[in-house]
Design a protein around this ligand. Structure first.
Ligand code: SF4
Length: 318
């Protein structure tokens, strides 16, 4: 396969785009495309301050790398979840959390970037799995509590430290799996809120997903070719999740019909813009500040996060 730009041997072949590129051209193409998506969806401007949520994985570290290469003012936020997990492929067994934290710190220090770190156990008394156990939420899996806590912390840091936008490393595969799940359920409110940009509203920071049009394998290739060291292992609680099952199904479709995932996502975005979902219920619920933490909530009482922490404080571990 030959590089479309120079005709020499290509390093990455993207069947879905009918495009093959040599390493250096691929490493130029990804930031060029990212800049195009940032502008197309009006995610943020050059003078704005961006907070990138970094997990130590390929997508979030690549996103931070790309934004830095493009000249944006982007700081990182790492949230220590306290999730145990063992690397099976190295003699030195490291905790999943410790390893992802180490890689996020390494990435930041090698490039002299500013990384904020929030350790959930230090801040709230318990790590994520324990918060889930004590609050009896999530039917044995901590993912619901983890999502709630991460959203709360990301919004708090973005808001308190004056960032204009919170950027996450969701790629096309993540977005299409979520879209597929929401479509199977006809979850109107979730479909209305699925977008490359969620504008800031009533105390919620603007959320942006600059990598939402890149396939997961494209980001893996970028991280590899850029020499970014990232954690290969998934969070141990991801195993058997519905989103991974959807991704496998969609990958089978993509193998038979290259470009299907991208077309599904882009046609959805077009449909949103042309008002296909106009009859769905209003997407933005009536929000007001939580009396305890001040973050927006749709309930009349404490927000879900403060109720969770209150429940855990009232039921400490024996
Ligand atoms: Fe949190 Fe792991 Fe679940 Fe993801 S898979 S939501 S990181 S517990």
């Amino acid at each position: 396969m030959k590089c479309k730009k120079c005709g020499s041997k290509a390093s990455v072949n993207m069947r879905q785009h009918k495009l093959a590129l040599r390493k250096d051209h691929y490493l130029e193409w990804i930031p060029e495309q990212t800049e195009r998506f940032i502008k197309k969806y009006d995610m943020f401007r050059r003078e704005e301050k961006i907070l990138v949520a970094v997990s130590g994985g390929k997508d979030s570290l690549s996103l931070w790398d790309i934004l830095q290469r493009l000249g944006y003012q982007a700081d990182g936020l790492y949230i220590g979840l306290g999730i145990d997990g063992r690397r099976r492929d190295v003699a030195l067994q490291r905790l999943y959390d410790a390893e992802s934290h180490r890689l996020a710190e390494k990435f930041a220090s090698e490039r002299s970037l500013n990384l904020h770190v929030v350790d959930i156990q230090q801040e709230y008394g318990q790590a994520i799995p324990m918060l889930a156990d004590i609050s009896h939420r999530g039917q044995g899996k901590p993912c619901a509590v983890c999502g709630l806590v991460k959203r709360h912390v990301m919004n708090r840091i973005a808001r308190d430290l004056g960032y204009d936008a919170l950027a996450t490393g969701h790629n096309l595969d993540d977005e299409v799996a979520a879209l597929f799940g929401n479509t199977l359920q006809w979850a109107g409110n979730f479909l209305l809120r699925q977008s490359p940009v969620l504008p800031s509203t009533s105390g919620l920071a603007r959320k942006v997903k600059p990598l939402c049009r890149f396939y997961e394998r494209e980001m893996a290739a970028y991280a590899l070719l850029r020499g970014i060291e990232y954690i290969y292992e998934e969070c141990p609680f991801a195993e058997g999740s519905t989103s991974i099952y959807y991704k496998e199904l969609l990958n089978r479709l993509e193998t038979d019909k290259p470009g299907s995932k991208l077309a599904f996502y882009l046609r959805f975005l077009e449909a949103r813009e042309t008002g296909l979902f106009a009859a769905a219920p209003a997407s933005a619920p009536d929000l007001h500040p939580c009396p305890n933490c001040g973050q927006p909530t749709s309930t009349d009482d404490l927000c879900s996060f403060c109720r969770l922490i209150g429940k855990v404080s009232a039921n400490p571990l024996p």
